[in-house]
Design a binder for this molecule. Structure first.
Ligand SMILES: NC(=O)c1ccc[n+]([C@@H]2O[C@H](COP(=O)([O-])OP(=O)(O)OC[C@H]3O[C@@H](n4cnc5c(N)ncnc54)[C@H](OP(=O)(O)O)[C@@H]3O)[C@@H](O)[C@H]2O)c1
Length: 313
């Protein structure tokens, strides 16, 4: 099979297409013929940063990527949930060695859900890591109808699902995005758009119940100021525990924490239901081929993605 391996940490030239044997599924795994892969910013971080090498668990070759949608071609002997021919999708082995940049992936059955028939493989792969990232915290914190939620980077991969998920729970959504993404975030259901390049959100929005914070340090310092006491700040990039932000949040009575997305088949099934019912829609910003993954990395590194970047096999 064709796969894109990471030769060593560094630039996109270190991502190389090679021929590898098709993996053999373990007892609890299924072998999937991959139809679509989605690209996430963290794959570019791992590509560049030796400190993140732990995700490969010492295994070689190193194959980046976690999000796949495809067709089951073989099942391990303990797998009863899926059979050959099933269309499945999910975020595989995250955090860890997902090995998604390949024509075939051996994936734990417990990380997958059946792909709804009304969405394409591209739309399903898109709605894996990026959708789970806010589904996991937002579905667990008990959002009440009318709660006000500020979503940063609202037009990107994670943000565009976060807007839809927050609306699904009945929240009133304030979306922070560039002017170019105004219509997009409003169409997703946001009640209000703030162009972060021309407006300071803290001057106009008042207090909110929840912040989804996808940006870094200085931004977290600002978003902490707009959360009501007792509210939540879900940080997707900066750590909070053990940092100065932990103390600041404590003084303000805000529950602020870093949330890391984790593979979970039950959550994938919840996402599948939302896709099936049309509650959640994937927006595909750009599509590349498997051999163009280096270009897809350069594209996501521009940090202005609308929706998701997809690899179509
Ligand atoms: N903790 C976790 O488990 C987890 C999981 C997934 C992602 N993440 C992190 O969450 C972040 C977002 O991921 P993603 O997949 O959504 O990235 P993405 O698809 O690349 O989207 C990034 C978005 O940020 C917007 N943006 C850039 N600068 C901004 C600013 N100053 N203010 C507001 N928006 C800005 C960009 O568009 P505009 O500037 O045009 O608005 C773009 O839409 C990344 O840092 C990623 O590593 C964390």
């Amino acid at each position: 099979m064709k796969a894109i391996i990471l030769k060593t940490q560094g630039g996109v030239e270190n991502l190389q297409m090679v021929e590898l044997p098709v993996p053999r599924p373990g007892d609890d795994e299924v072998l999937i013929a991959v139809k679509a892969v989605s690209i996430n910013p963290s794959e570019t971080y791992v590509r560049q940063d030796k400190a993140l090498d732990w995700i490969f668990k010492g295994e070689t070759p190193k194959i980046l990527g976690w999000d796949i949608s495809g067709v089951v071609v073989q099942t391990g002997k303990n797998v009863t949930a899926f059979k050959a021919g099933d269309e499945v999708f999910g975020m595989v082995n995250h955090p860890g060695h997902g090995k998604a940049y390949a024509e075939y992936v051996a994936a734990p059955a417990g990380h997958l859900a059946l792909k709804p028939a009304n969405v394409t493989h591209a739309e399903a792969a898109a709605a894996s890591l990026a959708a789970l990232t806010t589904w996991q915290p937002l579905s667990r914190i008990g959002i009440k109808k009318g709660d006000r939620i500020l979503i940063t980077a609202a037009g990107g991969g994670v943000g565009h699902y976060a807007v839809q998920i927050a609306k699904h729970f009945g929240a009133s959504v304030i979306a922070l995005a560039s002017a170019a993404k105004r219509e997009f975030v409003l169409q997703l259901g946001a009640d209000e758009h703030i162009d972060y390049q021309t407006q300071r959100f803290e001057d106009v929005i008042g207090r909110v119940d929840v912040v989804v914070e996808a940006l870094r340090d200085e931004h977290l310092a600002r978003t902490l100021n707009v959360v009501k006491p007792g509210g939540h700040l879900i940080s997707l990039f900066n750590k909070v525990q053990g940092t100065r932000w932990e103390q600041v949040a404590k003084e303000k009575g805000v529950m602020a924490y870093y949330n890391a997305v984790t593979s979970n088949g039950d959550d994938m099934k919840a996402i599948a239901r939302l896709l099936e019912n049309g509650v959640l829609r994937s927006h595909i910003g750009k599509t590349f081929k498997l051999e163009e993954i280096p270009l897809a990395h350069l594209e996501i590194e521009k940090n202005n993605t609308q929706g998701k970047i997809i690899i179509q096999l």
